[in-house]
Design a protein around this ligand. Structure first.
Ligand code: PEP
Ligand code: MN
Length: 345
């Protein structure tokens, strides 16, 4: 990882660094953070001479050799002061951050989504979620519809809230990116789909797009989760948020095993904000508040939460796990109190 003295290397300076790297069969990737650029060395970077030559250039502040499987995500990396933004909000900076909205947009009933969007804004959320294409366990269940992309774009226009949608393949990714969707969600099923993660990072490199990477049910250690995020950052997009959303269920009664307690481990090892999804963690509207409060007690920066103006009329997960916007408003206020008194290691 190369950190220049100025915010960015000039073209000539970058050429000089690249010339040294290519002598050692390595190449350089520019990673644009909000405050400055850092440069990753791609290839076998264990050559001391290369490090010394680059570090000796007058415009280089330092060259870090971080011995970590996730050297860009690591807290000690040059991205440690990178701040992830969604719209105008810096995630986890001054207040807890909330993404909220229905699980699934019903294309036959756009008004339900639009009304939910306005109520969710009113409740205090910073961003709006809504499923356009859905990963369903049952192949005969509703799979989503591209028409719903238009509906969530209209909701953004009306509410001015940034939007979050899940993408599962290259085609959906391109449609969402071209529509300037603010947050691309990679869901639990694709948490370890390295080709997709790379594609997301490459397409969104240098843009303001943020990626919400959910922890797969099948993702084991915290490091395996962080390394998945590294795939996105290593392609040039450092705007990544980590989202615990429950793992394989062990407690009969919850949909998944709530894993918000992973938060301090992630925060200790990386600089990325942690945005917990309490809705999929517990899978039942009545238990969402407890999981949300716990998430902030563990030091989370935000939540991604399912909320619908009338869950009984919703599709996908909404009838069972979405909370009404009135409840969301109350929940946001309670979470703000925990945020202020939270324990941070
Ligand atoms: C969702 O957010 O609606 C969703 C399907 O999430 P997950 O990938 O966590 O199951
Ligand atoms: Mn859902």
């Amino acid at each position: 990882m190369i950190i220049p003295k100025a915010n960015k290397l000039s073209t000539n300076e970058l050429n000089e660094v690249e010339a040294i790297a290519s002598d050692f069969e390595c190449s350089i990737l520019e990673i644009q953070g909000h405050n400055r650029c850092v440069y990753a060395i791609l290839g076998d970077e264990s050559r001391e001479v290369m490090f010394k030559r680059i570090a000796g250039l007058p415009f280089i502040s330092k060259v870090d050799m971080i011995e970590s499987p996730y050297k860009l995500m690591d807290r000690r990396s040059g991205l440690a002061d990178h701040r992830v933004q969604v719209g105008k909000t810096e995630v986890g900076k001054e207040e807890p951050f909330f993404i909220a909205g229905p699980c699934t947009i019903d294309p036959k009933n756009p008004n339900l989504f639009l009304e939910s969007a306005h109520a969710i804004k009113e409740a205090g959320a910073h961003a709006l979620r809504g499923g356009v294409w859905k990963p369903r366990t049952n192949p005969y269940s509703y799979q989503g519809d591209s028409k719903s992309l238009e509906i969530i774009l209209q909701a953004r226009e009306e509410t001015r809230l940034p939007i979050d949608i899940e993408v599962m393949d290259s085609e959906q990714l391109k449609l969402a990116f071209d529509a300037k969707v603010d947050v691309l969600q990679i869901g639990t099923r694709n948490a370890l789909n390295y080709s997709l993660l790379k594609e997301v990072g490459k397409l969104s490199a240098g843009s303001d797009t943020t990626v919400l990477l959910k922890r797969g049910r099948h993702v084991g250690s915290p490091n395996e989760f962080i390394a998945a995020a590294e795939y996105i950052v290593a392609e040039g997009n450092p705007n990544v948020m980590l989202c615990p959303r429950g793992t394989t269920p062990h407690l009969e009664g919850y949909r998944n095993h709530p894993d918000e307690s992973i938060t301090p481990l992630l925060k200790n090892r990386t600089w990325a904000p942690v945005v917990v999804d309490p809705s999929h963690s517990v899978g039942h509207a009545d238990f969402v508040k407890a999981c949300s409060l716990a998430a902030f007690a563990y030091g989370a920066d935000g939540l991604c939460i399912e909320s619908h103006i009338d869950p009984s009329k919703g599709i996908g997960d909404d009838p069972k796990q979405a909370i009404r916007p009135e409840k969301l408003k109350e929940l946001i206020q309670s979470c703000q109190a925990v945020w202020e008194s939270r324990y941070l290691p």
